[in-house]
Design a protein around this ligand. Structure first.
Ligand SMILES: [Zn+2]
Ligand SMILES: [Zn+2]
Length: 494
């Protein structure tokens, strides 16, 4: 790395995010896919570094809360994305206003200031465990440093856009929300939404969205870099995103979200459907097949012993839907087993719990074999793959050449219906590792939108399923982190 690159440090007082740290992070191995984070599709950069724009230098410098003046500005000076309301300089919020100097926010674990290098490294490690599963989308090296720039051009003067005055555009004015909250209780006429991304701590983020605060912001900023089609609306982008994730995570109804975010139900509905289309597209980057050399690097011990060749574990999951008006659809979705109308999808994970494939939805009547055959899953398999599944998946004949299947043996294939001892042991072994796909599905169902009965008027449920799977891939590692998962489930069920 060039000496100059090493000096690209966030200039906000108390923040030590830098190009050097980013570089270290990029050279770590992703626990999900076994690649360097910089080459990994599921690793979103924790932050980006933005140049001082020509147009707003003065305001940026003023906001930094340091001795730095506009004349001291060097080409390599940066401000990191952590300090922007929308996760990057945006039209509505072009200046760094968050976690500035002494008003450092609790939900950002920034190191308390610049210190001796050795100590800084220690802080860094702590931060990394926290931000286990990061992702970034385009693996373009230059992105982090140079993205700013389209924004400097079209940022408008700060009071122009009346519709974005939801937040005060004035810098350093973000603590107003605490005061308002206590006021709300007595006056009952709250003027700010009861939920504000910038007042939420990590625990709240996990409860409301299933993601850590760091992942939430990294994901948002990555989405904002990826698309220019974000719904423009008086509700700030971060709040829109939070609202959508809350609906998915907690299964909240639109009128409820409307009240919380101070918008009409129909606006909430519009925002939700626009975002789900967008996120559905984005999620394709996060749910994908892992090449075998990546898999071999991340295979957990429980697989290495007995099933060292298993490349994927599949199962089907059902989602309840309202009884369709259309009679044909009603018949196709009715599941005798669940005594309800359901959709059914094929869910596939890698041995380490990473979701690698989610099928479209089928009517709940469809059999496991039928869905496997028509989902496109078989096209993903290549010579040498080994699929692990439950008894119902009698798909041996469908598999491409060179692909093998491991399923527990049927009792009825044996005389007297008694399995020989070795089969019993084999069955138990399979169950021991197959449990991970069940846990993965349980994790998916922690997105309560999918575990409630989905209203008939919700469109693009396929997208929603995929989004939830992608969000699962952004959560801490499924295997070897038993506790983290269980905490998750408890929190949601409370
Ligand atoms: Zn990754
Ligand atoms: Zn910073």
């Amino acid at each position: 790395m060039s000496g100059k690159g090493a000096r690209k440090i966030c200039q906000v007082n108390g923040c030590s995010n830098s190009q050097f740290k980013l570089q270290q992070w990029k050279n770590e191995l992703c626990p999900n896919q076994g690649f360097f984070r910089k080459d990994c599709s599921c690793c979103i950069q924790p932050y980006q570094l933005h140049r001082f724009p020509q147009a707003h230098r003065q305001e940026w410098v003023k906001n930094l809360n340091t001795k730095l003046t506009i004349n001291d500005l060097k080409d390599y000076h940066r401000v990191c994305s952590v300090h922007f309301v929308d996760g990057k300089p945006s039209k509505g919020h072009p200046y760094p206003t968050l976690h500035i100097g002494y008003s450092l926010h609790s939900n950002w674990k920034l190191s308390p200031g610049r210190r001796a290098p050795r100590q800084r490294t220690r802080v860094q490690t702590k931060m990394d465990t926290n931000v286990d599963v990061y992702n970034k989308v385009p693996p373009d090296e230059r992105m982090d440093v140079e993205i700013v720039q389209p924004m400097d051009v079209d940022v408008e003067p700060k009071y122009k856009d009346v519709s974005t005055q939801y937040y005060s555009a004035q810098p350093l004015n973000h603590d107003h929300c605490y005061a308002q909250k206590s006021q709300d209780k007595c006056t009952q006429t709250p003027s700010a939404p009861s939920i504000d991304t910038h007042d939420m701590n990590d625990k709240q983020f996990k409860f409301f969205t299933g993601l850590s605060s760091t992942t939430f912001w990294a994901l948002l900023s990555s989405i904002m870099c990826w698309t220019t089609e974000l719904p423009s609306h008086s509700l700030p982008v971060a709040e829109q995103f939070l609202m959508v994730l809350m609906r998915l995570r907690l299964g909240l109804l639109l009128p409820d979200l409307g009240y919380r975010f101070k918008i009409s139900t129909s606006t909430a509905s519009k925002i939700f459907s626009k975002w789900t289309i967008l996120l559905g597209q984005y999620s394709k980057n996060l749910v994908h097949w892992i090449p075998r050399d990546g898999l071999n690097r991340i295979r957990p011990k429980c697989f290495a012993e007995n099933y060292s060749k298993v490349t994927c574990i599949i199962d089907c999951t059902k989602i309840f839907v309202q009884r369709p008006k259309d009679l044909m659809q009603r018949a196709q979705t009715y599941s005798n087993y669940k005594s309800h109308n359901t959709y059914k999808a094929l869910y596939c994970i890698a041995p380490n719990g990473f979701v690698t494939f989610v099928s479209k939805l089928f009517g709940g009547r469809a059999s496991d074999v039928f869905i496997t055959k028509h989902s496109g899953f078989l096209n993903k398999l290549t010579y040498g793959d080994e699929v692990m599944a439950d008894r119902g998946f009698t798909i041996e004949d469908l598999l491409p050449p060179g692909v093998s299947l491991t399923i527990p043996e049927f009792t009825r294939h044996h005389k007297d219906g008694i399995l020989p001892e070795e089969s019993v042991t084999q069955g138990r072994r399979i169950a021991n590792v197959r449990i991970h796909v069940e846990r993965a599905i349980r994790r998916l169902k922690c997105f309560k939108f999918l575990s409630h009965i989905i209203p008939g008027n919700v469109k693009n449920i396929d997208d929603i399923l995929l989004i939830c799977a992608a969000l699962c891939n952004l959560q801490p590692h499924l295997i070897n982190e038993q506790n983290a998962v269980d905490d998750d489930e408890i929190e949601v069920n409370d």
